[in-house]
Design a protein around this ligand. Structure first.
Ligand code: PLP
Length: 378
């Protein structure tokens, strides 16, 4: 089988290997069979290994759905009665977490911070000191809308000093930027199969402290399909998902993990870093500016600012690249026009060099002056 290889520079789903794609082509199986439960059992343990979570103390719970489901499940399931959530919000994904709190009517404080600066753990500490009823502190590791990295270890330490648990949206870092739940003070983290583990969409997972999940059995029940304890308990009793799992997606995820461990945590992070650096070199050569200071970037997402050129037309440039097998993506900030180039997926620096040849031709095709121009001096 010859499958066209597209280079996805969007923030997930990411470019996958052919072996991951083909892992989905398997004999039909009823997922209630013991054979399938055993595959999921191994998958659950392997996910713990990615973030160095001690088995037993931590567990992983699988869900059928996209990554947003994890945020929904954690926040609605882990909040005791009469307690509050603190959302440390400096971007689109923490804003999404605050919206989830609103939809469920969960008491919360939405601590809005500048979107171009790492969250200040001191500000978090102050809110915690003033609000002893905060039971959960939640933030986003890599704010995928901008590529800003948050100091999770310090925020987690502040949460723990005040007796709160720390839930982190690691969807755009897990299995890419090394994470160690103990070192990083994480009680719950999460991701979906199409990002760091370079598999398919439709499978999401939460990794967290078993004792906290068990305690949550007695917390207010706010959802049926999206309840963490219910799903965990069903896995523990039967080895299965409560409801029909995304069968073929799970086969792809298992292959993705095989390839993850074969490549190795450090080597994979080194590859993403090579890709990230190649993206910066290509953008620097064309004169683009970044939204986020380089030292504050996650190493996975670059947000260049639109140049001030009347011929700049993101849609047209996107289409030119897309027709040639390269996908670029718009930004996600309200007051500055940006686009995004991401270092996720089964790609390497050569793919980025190939991309920049096409991107340069797209700029020429539109008549955008190179190096690109900005009205304001730096
Ligand atoms: C991709 C992503 C999600 C999940 O988004 P879905 O559209 O539900 O897949 C959640 N959080 C972050 C930080 C992400 O990058």
């Amino acid at each position: 089988m010859n499958i066209k290889r597209n280079i996805l520079l969007n923030p997930g789903p990411s470019t996958t290997t052919d072996t991951v794609k083909l892992a989905q082509v398997v004999p039909d199986i009823c997922p209630r069979e013991r054979e399938f439960a055993s595959l999921m059992g191994t998958l659950r343990s392997d996910l713990l290994r990615i973030v160095h979570a001690p088995e037993g103390e931590f567990t992983s719970v699988l869900f059928c759905g996209s990554g947003t489901l994890n945020i929904d499940v954690c926040l609605n399931s882990l909040l005791p009665a009469e307690k509050k959530i603190l959302i440390v919000n400096n971007g689109a994904y923490s804003t999404r977490a605050a919206e989830i709190c609103e939809y469920y009517g969960l008491p919360h404080i939405n601590l809005r911070l500048p979107i171009d600066t790492p969250a200040d753990p001191g500000a978090v500490e102050k809110i915690l000191a003033d609000n002893p009823d905060i039971a959960i502190v939640h933030t986003t590791h890599n704010e995928t809308g901008t590529g800003l990295l948050n100091p999770i270890k310090e925020i987690g330490a502040a949460a723990h000093r005040h007796g709160a648990i720390f839930t982190v949206d690691t969807t755009s870092t897990l299995a890419m930027r090394p994470i160690d739940v103990i070192r990083d003070n994480i009680d719950f983290c999460m991701a979906s199969a199409q990002k760091g583990i370079m598999a398919m969409t439709g499978l999401s997972f939460i990794i967290g402290r078993t004792a906290e999940i068990v305690k949550s059995k007695d917390y207010p029940r706010r959802s049926y399909y999206c309840n963490l304890f219910l799903q965990y308990d069903y896995f523990e009793k039967t080895g299965q998902m409560h409801f029909t799992p995304p069968v073929q997606t799970i086969y792809a995820a298992i292959q993705g993990l095989r390839e993850y461990f074969a490549e190795g945590e450090e080597a994979k992070w080194a590859r993403h870093t090579r890709v990230f650096n190649a993206i910066h070199e290509g953008l620097d050569a064309l004169g683009f500016r970044d939204l986020i200071r380089r030292e504050w970037q996650s190493g996975l997402v670059v947000s260049p600012i639109y140049p001030d050129d009347p011929n700049w037309d993101f849609g047209r440039i996107h289409d030119y690249c897309y027709e040639r097998g390269f996908t670029i993506y718009p930004g996600k900030v309200s007051d500055t026009d940006t686009f995004r180039l991401c270092a996720l997926g089964a790609i390497d620096e050569k793919d980025i060099h190939d991309f920049f040849r096409v991107f340069r031709a797209a700029l020429d095709d539109c008549g955008v002056a190179v190096p690109v121009r900005y009205k304001e001096a730096k």
